[in-house]
Design a protein around this ligand. Structure first.
Ligand SMILES: C[S@@+](CC[C@H](N)C(=O)[O-])C[C@H]1O[C@@H](n2cnc3c(N)ncnc32)[C@H](O)[C@@H]1O
Length: 345
């Protein structure tokens, strides 16, 4: 399991000292998620039953260390980061990762894009964009004036149609006051029903480079937990008429069956029939037989020489070091150790 898939976390930096405080998302009884702070044992009597945090009780929470000499030693041994770049590297790892999310454009039609008539076919997408541009961009700006940030939220300039957004707020900041909480609730709700997907900006890049068309068959070889699978589905749906299915499809594969489960949970928000989830080793992925032109099963039996299914695009998002996750989950800096030459929590 990669670090990213292990736990959903967010961090907030404590003003002057550079210590990083961590919030964890935990599953509560009814399936709802609530943020809690990690506390030292001696603080057990001062808990806030509502999980609220403020500047008064913040002093009770234990900061996670962002120092680990074994981590430094391991990295220096690899020779990946030069001595001159070392301080910058560590500084970047200590900087919390900005939150980003993408609007699901399902049903946005190319021809309607030109004529400017979006309302009927992609009502949700346009409503969400309008709410972000006309409501939250202004109301959240007021929240950042003393924090020095100019733009609280903004579209990522390199993502088409202003569909991907960057937010300067951490999860804890989003809970700080009513205006931010309203934005937080908006994000949570729209994410739950599939209108937006929270995904790191850098993770949105590879599916864009694939230049996927609505009729493409795409194989996502290391797909869980499914952020890029969801994005690929969005792309194949983007020019499809509402009420009809795209000609393309995504086959999403992962070696880890539990992570396949996560993937299914993520992608069911898309309500699509154009997704197949498989559980195989990518290096031994079996050949698939199917007729892209849509022969019926009965016809396939009559014609067993049906050709091997070829994919138009293959995305292989192989496991990475996971070090970037330290920016979201700084406690791993302290917890990680080198085992058999592998760096793991
Ligand atoms: C970086 S993560 C993929 C993230 C995913 N593409 C996303 O955007 O949400 C790498 C994935 O590769 C899977 N994996 C590792 N070895 C694999 C293998 N031999 N075959 C297929 N999947 C593998 C892991 O289970 C993990 O889910």
């Amino acid at each position: 399991m990669t670090l990213g898939g292990k736990i959903r976390q967010s961090a907030i930096e404590d003003g002057g000292r550079g210590d990083i405080y961590l919030t964890e998302s935990v599953r509560c009884g009814g399936g709802a998620r609530e943020n809690v702070w990690k506390r030292s044992k001696s603080d057990s009597t001062s808990s806030d039953p509502n999980g609220n945090s403020n500047s008064e009780n913040k002093t009770h929470w234990k900061p996670f260390s962002t120092q680990n000499s074994a981590f430094d030693e391991y990295y220096k041994e690899q020779g990946i980061v030069t001595a001159e770049e070392w301080d910058t590297f560590i500084e970047v790892l200590r900087t919390p990762l900005p939150a980003a999310f993408r609007i699901n454009p399902k049903g946005l039609q190319e021809d309607q894009k030109e004529s400017g008539i979006f309302e009927v076919c992609s009502q949700f997408c346009e409503d969400i964009k309008s709410q972000l541009e006309n409501d939250f961009m202004n109301s959240l700006k007021a929240e950042t004036t003393d924090g020095g940030e100019v733009e609280a939220i903004r579209p990522l300039p390199w993502y088409p149609d202003n569909l991907a957004w960057h937010s300067n707020f951490s999860r804890m900041q989003l809970r700080k006051n009513q205006t931010l909480e309203r934005f937080h609730e908006f994000l949570k709700l729209e994410n739950e029903i599939g209108n937006i997907t929270r995904q790191e900006a850098v993770s949105m890049v590879p599916p864009l480079f694939l230049d996927v068309c609505p009729d493409h068959f795409v194989l996502d070889m290391c797909a869980a937990p499914g952020s890029k699978t969801f994005q690929l589905l969005e792309i194949i749906y983007q020019s499809t008429k509402p009420g009809s299915l795209p000609d393309g499809m995504v086959m999403a594969n992962d070696l880890d069956v539990q992570r396949c489960n996560l993937l299914i949970h993520q992608t069911k928000r898309m309500c699509t029939a154009n997704l197949i989830v498989t559980n195989n080793e990518a290096q031994h992925f079996p050949g698939c037989r199917a007729d892209k032109n849509g022969s019926k099963a009965s016809e396939m039996e009559i014609e067993p020489q049906i050709s091997q299914l070829l994919f138009d695009r293959v995305l292989c998002d192989v496991p990475c070091s996971g070090d970037g996750t330290l920016r979201k989950a700084p406690r791993y800096v302290e917890e990680m150790e080198s085992r058999d030459g592998q760096w793991a929590p």
